[in-house]
Design a protein around this ligand. Structure first.
Ligand code: UD1
Length: 422
């Protein structure tokens, strides 16, 4: 197993190119299941979660080849199995994204139930309820979701009781091939959902309300789509993490290949903390703060402050001159990084879903353990700012979602080495 050895206290400088968005690429790869052609996807991030989903499709019978420039060609026409097995789904919850498209194309499928994970229970009841409304028979047996719609899915009006990103995406893909009109009320508005809608729209599916909380989809009644080559949008969470790396080391760095509009809530919080932000076309430059101000954050759905940036901002708040408050509203157990941040010297009080961070803190290098993807990046950030050396263990969590992390950080002047546990 790999770990990262980080010698902290070094300023960063220069430019970093942001990769394609993992969370946009995952539903788009799943959408190739409803294509009649071989689909070319570029700007694909080279991260473990993407490899996992491609492996899942391969196990179903699809083929894929990597080309140059982070692009992949996926052919799902040879799919012969409709069973997404436990061994893959347990390593990545987002595997549930194949449920909608498999059911829509084949009229039946079996997908292993994703279990709970480090950040909470994360049920899929809303996905299943919506598919039932579209005419699917759903049962759960031996840890698998059995879904059947022999005569095809039927358009319906779906009201999501809670905003769900992958739930919305699953239903959008199912609705694209259903008979008639599907209206999704209280849909997720994340840029990754928007890109999925846009690609399906370009592939001939009639979709309106894209980017809003009510999406209307007219399905093709089973006809597969012709999906043209496209490029995945930049990863706003990777971008936000690098902005925090610049901030926590009080450095000036520039991010390239980003869509600044996707990062609005993050940029506003950084400005409120005193950091300079310069946006120019597809670049963002962050500059040091004179004094780092404490912050109040409540996580919410897009366009609110993303839960996927909560841990990184907690690391940053450790250096703020005063008390910051972070409230986690989306996941019930997303404070696993708190205990690890305390190992660097952090003074954080936890009460339910509210963390109070008392700064400023002098951080000292420590041995810490990553618990989930975004929590791990908070530990890397704290290590960059800490005096002395740190070791971040269990970095397979980081490898799920950050392309080339140590090389990108080292190119900016950080001192990060990937080593192997004995
Ligand atoms: C997606 C993102 C993840 C991000 C999260 C919230 C992907 C691959 N992952 O996860 O990085 O942290 O959005 O922005 O895009 N819920 C239910 N029942 C359901 C579905 C969800 O109760 O059927 C609850 C969840 O437990 C959670 C909330 O709804 O409390 C939001 O979850 P959801 O938006 O579904 O998260 P994911 O799509 O799994």
């Amino acid at each position: 197993m790999d770990y990262l050895h980080i010698v902290g206290g070094h300023k960063l400088e220069g430019k970093v190119t942001i990769s394609g968005a993992k969370n946009a690429a995952l539903p788009l790869i799943a959408a190739t299941i409803i294509a009649k052609n071989s689909v070319q996807i570029s700007n694909l991030p080279n991260v473990q979660d993407i490899k996992t989903l491609l492996k899942l499709l391969y196990n179903l019978g699809a083929t894929y080849t990597y080309n140059q420039n982070s692009s992949v060609q996926i052919d799902t026409t040879p799919i012969s199995s409709t069973k997404a097995t436990y061994d893959i789904v347990r390593t990545m919850r987002a595997s549930i994204l194949v449920l909608g498209p498999l059911l829509a194309r084949f009229g039946q499928c079996e997908v292993s139930l994703p279990g709970g994970c480090a950040i909470g229970q994360r049920p899929i009841d809303l996905h299943l309820k919506a598919l039932k409304q579209m005419g699917a028979n759903i049962s759960i047996k031996s840890g698998y979701v059995y879904a059947e719609a022999k005569k095809g899915l039927q358009g319906a009006t779906i009201v999501f009781d809670k905003i769900t990103v992958t739930g919305t995406e699953n239903i959008i893909m199912a609705a694209a091939l259903a008979k008639g009109k599907t209206t999704i009320i209280n849909a997720a508005k994340e840029p990754e959902v928007v890109q999925l809608c846009e690609i399906l729209h370009q592939s001939g599916v009639e979709i309106s309300g894209i980017g809003g909380d009510e999406i209307v989809i007219h399905g093709t009644a089973g006809e597969l789509l012709e999906i043209k080559p496209f490029s995945v949008i930049p990863d706003r969470i990777e971008a936000g993490t690098y902005l925090c790396a610049g901030a926590i080391t009080q450095s000036t760095i520039t991010l390239e290949k980003v869509i600044p509009a996707h990062l609005e809530s993050i940029l506003i919080k950084l400005q409120q903390m005193g950091f300079g932000i310069l946006v120019k076309n597809s670049t963002i430059t962050i500059k040091p703060a004179r004094n780092i101000q404490p912050i109040e954050i409540i996580t919410s759905e897009y366009p609110g402050f993303p839960t996927d940036m909560q841990a990184q901002f907690m690391a940053l708040a450790l250096l703020a001159e005063g008390t910051s408050i972070i409230e986690e509203r989306l996941f019930e157990n997303r404070f696993m990084h708190v205990a690890e941040l305390r190992r660097f010297g952090a003074n954080i009080q936890l009460k339910g879903n509210i963390a109070t961070i008392i700064g400023p803190t002098q951080l000292y290098g420590a041995d810490v353990m990553a618990t989930d993807l975004r929590a791990s990046s908070a530990l890397v950030l704290a290590a960059l700012a800490a005096q002395g050396a740190s070791n971040i263990h269990r970095i397979y969590h980081l490898d799920r979602g950050y392309e080339n992390l140590e090389n990108k950080l080292n190119a900016l002047g950080a001192k990060v080495t990937r080593l192997q546990e004995h």
